[in-house]
Design a protein around this ligand. Structure first.
Ligand code: ZN
Length: 232
C-alpha cells in the first residue's frame, strides 16, 4: 500500500501532461517578460506612477501604492486597500513593469466596482487556503489507515474546493488584464503600438493561472480515482 507514494504509474500518467503544460507556460511567461523588460514604455512613467495615475483617473482615492520587497510578489490586498508592487515593477519604466502594475490596479478597480467574481473569490480565500494545506494530508491518511477512510473523502472535498477557487479566480485574472489594457490605452499611458506587447506580457501571465488550474484538475481526478477505488 505504501508503494503508491513512491511509484504509481497512474499518478505519473495524470501528472505528466500537467507538468509539461505548466513548464511550457512558465517558459512563455519568461520570454514575454524578457521582451517586455527590454522595451522602455514611451510614457516614461514607473510602474508605481502608472498605478497612481490610473487610480486617480478612475476616481479611486482610498487605495495606497506600496513597495513589496518580494520579487514577483505583486498583488492587490483588498482588505487593507494596498497595491503592492515588487521593486522591478515599482521603479521599472518598461512595458512589463507598466503592464503588471496596471493589471494589479485592475484588481483594485474590480474591488471598487464590487465585481462579483472578485467578491466570490475573496469570500472563498479562508476556506481555500485551509483546504489546500489539509486536503492532501487527509487524503493520504485516509488511504493509508483503513479506519480513517472517511478522512480521504473529506480531503477530497477540500481539494475540490481549492480547484473551484482556482476556477473562480480565472475570470478575475482575465478581467483585471482586460481592464488594465483598456485604461492604459484610453488614458494615453500606453501608445497603441505598445499595446500588443503589453497584451503579450499579460496573456502569458494569465496562461500560468490556466496551467496551474489544469494541473489541479488532473490531481483532483487522480485523487478521486484513488479514494473511490479504496472504498469497499
Ligand atoms: Zn491578478
Amino acid at each position: 500500500m505504501l508503494g503508491f507514494f513512491y511509484f504509481d504509474p497512474l499518478y505519473f500518467l495524470f501528472l505528466i501532461p500537467g507538468m509539461l503544460l505548466a513548464g511550457w507556460a512558465q517558459m512563455r511567461v519568461r520570454s514575454a517578460y524578457d521582451r517586455g523588460k527590454r522595451q522602455m514604455a514611451s510614457s516614461g512613467l514607473t510602474g508605481a506612477q502608472t498605478a497612481q495615475r490610473i487610480l486617480d483617473m478612475q476616481g479611486i482615492h482610498n487605495v495606497r501604492v506600496a513597495r513589496e520587497p518580494n520579487f514577483l510578489g505583486d498583488h492587490y490586498d483588498p482588505r487593507h486597500k494596498v497595491l503592492k508592487l515588487s521593486p522591478d515593477v515599482y521603479d521599472g519604466r518598461t512595458i512589463s513593469a507598466v503592464g503588471i502594475a496596471a493589471h494589479e490596479v485592475g484588481h483594485a478597480i474590480q474591488d471598487a466596482r464590487r465585481y462579483s467574481p472578485l467578491v466570490i473569490r475573496n469570500g472563498m480565500v479562508p476556506l481555500a487556503s485551509t483546504g489546500s494545506s489539509l486536503s492532501v494530508i487527509f487524503i493520504f491518511a485516509g488511504l493509508l489507515i483503513s479506519s480513517l477512510q472517511f478522512l480521504a473523502v473529506v480531503g477530497l472535498a477540500l481539494f475540490a474546493l481549492t480547484v473551484i477557487f482556482q476556477l473562480v479566480n480565472l475570470p478575475v485574472e482575465f478581467d483585471a488584464s482586460k481592464r488594465a489594457r483598456a485604461v492604459l490605452v484610453d488614458g494615453g499611458i500606453i501608445a497603441p503600438h505598445e499595446d500588443p506587447l503589453v497584451a503579450k506580457v499579460l496573456n502569458a501571465a494569465a496562461l500560468t493561472y490556466v496551467a496551474a488550474t489544469l494541473v489541479a484538475i488532473l490531481q483532483l481526478a487522480y485523487f478521486a480515482i484513488r479514494v473511490m477505488g479504496s472504498r469497499e
